[in-house]
Design a protein around this ligand. Structure first.
Ligand code: GAL
Length: 828
């Protein structure tokens, strides 16, 4: 039901309200409301805002998920940080303007809303579940404070039954407060994840009340162990019965069990079921099952609860590494922060689905949710689409990295945050590793290993089936103070040159490249001369897409590839990062207006940079890749050396400039790792015309070719959508690439035309982005300059089915219109 609501929130809510009005009392069990609409929002410290009779009519009406800071404006003085970033080997403090994105996330924000609890009856229970609230949430019902949760990434819930008024109205107010210098990236602000109201009977299954494991799996059958907690009111003395059916993806019942329990204070069912011929879950075959449970007290149906799960085995073995369903594999992973570029941190399932679609096409099979708990929607999508997750908890323990970061809460809250993380996500097949921290400075003191042990023990206590890891960056200290030996999965960040040494010392017999590469590039920007360089800065605040630039601590992709390929006991890698994110604009941390990262394989708007194809060539083993760079429109460079690279899964290729061969290149080992993974023609002299590459397979047969043409002047706009049929659920999104093309249809790679967009019909303009880390134009205004010839327009469906028209214009360009179809969302 829950997942369903997320997808089709409004129609479901309407259906539910109709149902509520007509449903006979005996059949009422559980109602879940997604509190998305009719919120009132105000920024600042508003006296009296918690009170139920407070007048909020003048406040802004918003829908939740909501990120109050993403609307800007960008300003280098927002959260200006004068810091020495130790993990970047900085020796002195300097002023960092865009570290948290240059967006106004600091300060207090209030949200208010009425709760839909008409018809709430004595004996029922009401719980508010927050998927995440940024940050330091104080929650009030009818003016009374019911609870507080500081960590903005945690999911948490409060029972509000005793604060409700039978006759209503019932007012919910939430105060959030973000401190300055509380983050190393853009954290977002406000109720940026969903808020649920859950109404149940007195006897019910509480939030995250099931724990499902699959301890025995053979080809013939899988044993499913389902522990189900039951909450009862004090003194309840009726016997309880739990009927559970396991259904496969087609809805067929494949196993069932009925158990009874005598009355008890904290009853817990433990059911064992056998699924015959189980279909195993993996990234390639993401088969899901559902355990549907019905809870009876005496003969009265009290609750219905569904647990989605997958059947798969996970093992990490000395000298064998990672085995999924008995098959060895290596993580082809990326790290991602939680923001969704132009949408900010406000979670949206369609935006996440598009990200995962792009990652899967690249051949990526894993995500590390750096450096915090993800939105529940991401975890469910990874189950459904087939991606492995390393779910991370913290970026700091006791020793701070930023002045007002998590260290202030660590002693009091770490266990509660970890328990909620594990309880929420432990039934998900996609979750493979729990990570307790990233580059925590406590690696360098004698107590660090003990903290790691304590946190790991907490996680094992709550989930004995999965290993615990962390991302370590202080290599010598990790062995000196012992943390590397404590972890189930020792992860090293940016240490390919020391993998062999680490493996000789580690008792585990394997290690993970928990964070790798941190190569920097700007989509469509190429710099000359072409060279492997560190910390390189240019006057235009961009980095080169020849993919040879990194930071003092980081590497180009090829260095990691070589270390992974030469060392069998490395479990794989998580590249920093899949997508560019707001904040941390290294190497321009000190040079405003840079305010988003350059590390992404895809840019902030989700447009692939060249590196996408370097990873795709290596990771996507089902499809071929042949990609040429740079673009071939260089007025003024005639006769100058302009290297050409091909990213391809094929071993060799021949390059032609205007039909003239530039020779054949073959991947080979040398003292430069990139010669093993790229084909490079370093001496090509630019002349306008056609670049053509012909790729050969291992037998020497010509198997693929690719061309790039010099573009003429900008002529028209072309619109390319990621999908043309949307669900009319008020949430679904189409991502439409607007390309500036010449008369022949070639992308004009230097075009910077300002484009304007208008959406009419059954949709609305949602946001726009161009991936330029220096661009201060606002994401929610329907106009933006093209960057390297492109912008990404995000169109959102309304709740009315029908045609959506997107019109994009630009001066001197023929405009373009795209028609999308929004269809009635199905309620299952
Ligand atoms: C790592 C850190 C990441 C990010 C990255 C940039 O040290 O874990 O959060 O800062 O560096 O290269």
């Amino acid at each position: 039901m829950l997942a369903h609501f997320r997808k089709h929130a409004l129609p479901c809510l309407i259906a539910l309200l109709v149902l509520l009005a007509s449903w006979p009392a005996a059949a009422q069990t559980r109602h879940e409301y997604l509190l998305t609409t009719d919120w009132k929002f105000a920024k600042g410290d508003v006296p009296g805002a918690a009170k139920s009779d407070f007048k909020d009519a003048a406040w802004q009406t918003v829908s939740v998920p909501h990120d109050w800071a993403i609307y800007g404006p960008f300003d280098g003085s927002n959260d200006l940080q004068t810091v020495k970033i130790e993990q970047n080997n900085e020796q002195k403090a300097t002023v960092k303007a865009g570290r948290t994105g240059g967006l106004p996330y600091v300060g207090t924000g209030w949200y208010r809303r009425q709760l839909p609890v008409a018809g709430f009856r004595p004996g029922q229970r009401a719980v508010l579940l927050f998927d995440g609230a940024m940050s330091d949430a104080h929650v009030f019902v009818n003016g009374q404070e019911i609870g507080n949760w500081p960590y903005g990434y945690s999911s948490f819930s409060f029972d509000i039954t005793n604060y409700l008024q039978a006759k209503g109205p019932n007012t919910l107010a939430v105060r959030l407060k973000n401190q300055p210098e509380s983050a190393r990236w853009y954290p977002g602000a406000g109720l940026y994840r969903n808020v649920h109201l859950i109404i149940t009977s007195d006897v019910h299954i509480p939030v995250w009340g099931t724990h499902l494991t699959t301890p025995e799996i053979t080809a013939q059958s899988a044993r499913v162990q389902l522990r189900t907690q039951v909450a009862t009111s004090a003194g309840a003395r009726q016997p309880l019965r739990l009927q559970t059916e396991i259904r496969d993806a087609a809805g067929q019942v494949v196993a069932s069990n009925t158990s009874t329990l005598a009355a008890a204070d904290r009853p817990e069912f433990d059911q064992s079921l056998r699924v015959p011929q189980p279909k195993l879950w993996s990234p390639e075959t993401p088969f899901l099952y559902t355990a549907a449970s019905r809870l009876y007290a005496g003969e009265v149906l009290k609750d219905e609860y569904k647990t989605t799960f997958g059947i798969r085995s996970v093992k990490f073995e000395k000298d064998k590494g990672f085995l999924l369903n008995g098959q060895p594999r290596k993580f082809k992973g990326v790290c991602n922060h939680h923001d969704l570029g132009p949408l900010g941190t406000a979670v949206n399932t369609a935006a996440l689905r598009r990200q995962l679609t792009l990652l899967k096409d690249m051949g990526c099979d894993a995500i590390r949710t750096s450096h915090n708990m993800p939105a529940p929607e991401l975890v469910s999508l990874c189950d459904e689409m087939g991606l492995l997750l390393m779910v991370e908890a913290f970026d700091e323990w006791k020793t701070p990295k930023v002045k007002n970061g998590y260290s202030q809460y660590f002693d009091q809250w770490a266990e509660k945050d970890l328990v909620n993380m594990v309880h929420r996500d432990r039934n998900h097949p996609s979750v493979i590793i729990w990570s307790i921290g990233n580059e925590v400075p406590d690696q360098s003191n004698a107590g660090g290993a003990a903290i790691a042990k304590r946190l790991q023990d907490i996680v094992h206590r709550e989930d004995p089936t999965r290993p615990v890891g962390a991302g370590l960056d202080r290599f010598d200290d990790d062995f000196k103070y012992g943390i590397a030996a404590v972890l189930d999965i020792p992860g090293f960040n940016y240490k390919p040159s020391r993998y062999t040494e680490a493996l000789s010392k580690l008792p585990q017999g394997f290690l993970l490249g928990s964070e790798t590469a941190s190569t920097v590039s700007s989509r469509g920007v190429y710099k000359f001369p072409v060279a492997v360089v560190k910390e390189k800065k240019y006057a235009d605040n961009q980095s080169s897409s020849y993919d040879l630039e990194a930071c003092s601590w980081s590497q180009i992709p090829d260095e990691e590839f070589a270390a992974q390929d030469d060392q069998p006991n490395v479990l794989g890698e998580f590249v920093w990062t899949g997508f560019d994110y707001l904040g941390e604009p290294t190497p321009y941390d000190e040079v405003w207006p840079s305010h988003n990262s350059y590390f992404g394989i895809l840019d902030l708007a989700g447009m692939p940079k060249d590196r996408y194809y370097l990873y795709r060539a290596r990771w996507n083993t089902a499809q071929s890749t042949l990609h040429l760079l740079p673009h071939w429109t260089w007025p003024g460079r005639e006769g100058q050396t302009t290297p050409v690279f091909a990213y391809t899964n094929y071993p060799s290729a021949e390059l032609f400039v205007n039909g003239q061969s530039q020779g054949r290149q073959t991947k080979h080992a040398s003292d430069q790792p990139q010669t093993r993974y790229r084909l490079m023609w370093n001496e090509v002299k630019y002349q306008p015309g056609t670049l053509k590459v012909v790729a050969y397979d291992a037998t020497g047969k010509a198997v693929a070719e690719e061309e790039v043409h010099t573009a003429g002047p900008p002529h028209h706009i072309k619109l390319v959508p990621n999908q043309t049929r949307l669900a009319a659920d008020g949430q679904d999104l189409a991502y439409v690439t607007a390309r500036v093309e010449d008369v022949q249809g070639n992308l004009c790679p230097n075009a910077t035309n300002q484009l304007r967009m208008q959406v009419s019909g059954a949709g609305r303009f949602r946001a726009v982005g161009n991936g330029d880390a220096t661009c201060l134009e606002l994401f929610h205004q329907p106009q933006m300059h093209a960057f390297s010839g492109q912008v990404m327009v995000i169109v959102q469906a309304t709740t009315t089915p029908g045609e959506i028209q997107l019109n994009v214009t630009g001066s001197g360009l023929s405009s373009a219109t795209l028609r999308l179809q929004s269809e009635r969302a199905t309620v299952q």
